[in-house]
Design a protein around this ligand. Structure first.
Ligand SMILES: *[C@@H]1O[C@H](CO)[C@@H](O)[C@H](O)[C@H]1NC(C)=O
Ligand SMILES: *[C@@H]1O[C@H](CO)[C@@H](O)[C@H](O)[C@H]1NC(C)=O
Ligand SMILES: *[C@@H]1O[C@H](CO)[C@@H](O)[C@H](O)[C@H]1NC(C)=O
Ligand SMILES: *[C@@H]1O[C@H](CO)[C@@H](O)[C@H](O)[C@H]1NC(C)=O
Ligand SMILES: *[C@@H]1O[C@H](CO)[C@@H](O)[C@H](O)[C@H]1NC(C)=O
Ligand SMILES: *[C@@H]1O[C@H](CO)[C@@H](O)[C@H](O)[C@H]1NC(C)=O
Length: 466
């Protein structure tokens, strides 16, 4: 224990001082950026309408929260994943771009990345948006899994009181409409109605009228989005320069796809009919059919001469895949379609792992992606890069996923894969401190910031009109 807490202390010392250095340094680094962009007219750094002020919060709202990373009785120790400013440890010593990333640390990843955003301002009065570096999901753990479970409606009150008492003018200027933050868990975990007695699940952060005006970036929104907008879950891929990024893209393009479809996940074990159960059934039966020469699937395999497997299941039960991307990335590189059935909630990080591997996602619910990630995955383009099979058709009407996927012509599959490869930069969080060439590609963070700025602009426009 002592050893562990010492490691955490050292880490916090490093991160704090690094943040301080960056903050102290920000005036000069902005100069450097401006000079560089001036000398390169192809990438003018135009900050108009894009200024962001990072609200100065006491460390109890962010860095202090990391000290308890091993202390939540019902929640796994997440201390190991704090490394590299929330990207986690590299998967192995010589790994270039792959880390053991835990999606809970998206708040840390955003915090680190926004420190190198080119249009930061110290003056809240000229800012178009105010970022709150609050680790909301990490702070929620004490309500979700800790001693404060019975006061989950208080999550966020301390923050609100701080915002209203310390330099209250920053909030009052636009009544919080220009404030945004990241909350690294599905919005469900923060939207327990205030009058639930006893509490069922979640904190009430997003239900508090105090926070109705803010914009929250979450990995999964509610079906009726209110304050929140969904952004991609972080995958394990965080390249730091163009060489590493392009090396991966080449690997994705060249990879031989020997499985028709792949499911990486758990569930579907029980007897209750659900989409995961159906997938398991099909995969088990599909393998059998593969061995019977008279079956239709066998014939298709023969005719195309490509797939050695119709269905591949990577069993990720008990969280064994979570911090071990090799387990599923290799099979995803070798599959044409990656199934994305809903689990406890409609969305999955695996959707973004699949896109990163060039594996065409198959969705069974609109809520799994299409109605969520509009900034990153344009809703009107879904047919170009994904397959949609309503889960009811599969679970209750006997539609076979294999039949649908085998019915897609190979030329169409090739086009879809090209579209998927083009999406890879949009869903990746590149490593902080990346090379300038890689920074010229918009990644998931850049697109999220653009989206937040636009949302805030629209809201302020509306507020002024009324
Ligand atoms: C960390 O846990 C200790 C007790 O284990 C508690 O006293 C302290 O308030 C916690 N700190 C934070 C920031 O939650
Ligand atoms: C929360 O409230 C329930 C019901 O009143 C009680 O059984 C439980 O012990 C409380 N939990 C904590 C951590 O105080
Ligand atoms: C939210 O904005 C509305 C006006 O749009 C304002 O009346 C209200 O007081 C604001 N809420 C907070 C907590 O500032
Ligand atoms: C990318 O980084 C690696 C390791 O630092 C280096 O060897 C390589 O030359 C870099 N590529 C570019 C284009 O900067
Ligand atoms: C797969 O096999 C199971 C049992 O072997 C059977 O209940 C199920 O109907 C089969 N499903 C399909 C789609 O053939
Ligand atoms: C199908 O064939 C493979 C190898 O040809 C064999 O390992 C597997 O057990 C067979 N499956 C069934 C269900 O017969």
């Amino acid at each position: 224990m002592a050893y562990k807490s010492r490691i955490v202390q050292i880490f916090i010392f490093i991160i704090t001082n690094f943040f301080l250095l960056l903050i102290i340094d920000s005036a000069s680094s902005q100069n450097i950026l401006t000079i560089e962009s001036r000398s390169d007219p192809a990438t003018p750094e135009d900050c108009s309408n894009r200024w962001i002020h990072i609200r100065n919060l006491p460390s109890r709202f962010n860095l202090d929260l990391l000290t308890n990373c091993s202390d939540y009785p019902l929640f796994d120790d997440f201390c190991p994943y704090l490394a590299n400013h929330g990207l986690g440890q590299k998967t192995h010593i010589r790994s270039r771009s792959w880390y053991r990333t835990d999606p809970l640390l998206l708040e840390l990843i955003f915090h680190r990345r926004i420190l190198e955003y080119p249009c930061l301002t110290d003056d809240p009065d000229v800012a178009n948006a105010v970022f709150l570096p609050y680790y909301a999901a990490i702070d929620s753990l004490r309500y979700l899994y800790g001693p404060d479970v019975n006061s989950s409606f208080q999550h966020g009150m301390d923050l609100f009181q701080f915002l209203r008492s310390d330099e209250p003018g920053i909030w009052e200027r636009n009544m919080g409409h220009d404030h945004f933050l990241v909350m690294a868990r599905p919005a469900w975990d923060f939207s327990q109605p205030l009058n639930n007695d006893p509490p069922v699940w979640g904190t009430s952060f997003l239900e508090l009228p105090e926070f109705y005006n803010i914009t929250a970036l979450v990995p999964e929104g509610r079906p009726w989005p209110l304050q929140e907008h969904a952004v991609p879950y972080p995958t394990s891929f965080h390249p730091q320069n163009l060489t590493y990024f392009e090396a991966w893209i080449q690997r994705v393009k060249r990879s031989r796809r020997t499985s028709l479809m792949l499911f990486a996940g758990g569930g579907g074990i029980g007897s209750a009919p659900n989409i995961r159960r159906s997938i398991r059934n099909e995969c088990e039966n599909g393998t059998i059919k593969n061995n019977i020469s008279s079956s239709s699937s066998f014939n298709i395999v023969q005719r195309n001469g490509v797939y050695s497997k119709l269905c591949h299941i990577v069993d990720c039960s008990n969280g064994i895949c979570e911090h071990d991307p090799i387990r599923y990335m290799k099979p995803m590189l070798q599959a044409t379609f990656c199934l994305q059935p809903p689990g406890d909630t409609p969305t999955r990080r695996s959707t973004f792992d699949a896109i990163t591997a060039g594996c065409i996602p198959v969705f069974f619910e609109e809520l799994s992606a299409k109605t969520q990630y509009g900034w990153h995955l344009p809703a009107d383009k879904f047919a170009e890069f994904s397959v949609f099979i309503p889960k009811e058709e599969v679970v209750f009407k006997g539609l076979r996923i294999l039949d649908v996927l085998m019915g897609i012509p190979r030329s169409e599959v090739r086009r879809m894969r090209q579209s998927i490869v083009e999406l890879i930069p949009r869903v990746m969080y590149r490593r902080h401190g990346s090379s300038l060439e890689l920074r010229s590609k918009k990644d998931a963070f850049d697109i999220a910031i653009d989206g937040a700025l636009q949302t805030i602009k629209d809201k302020l426009g509306d507020t002024l009109e009324h």
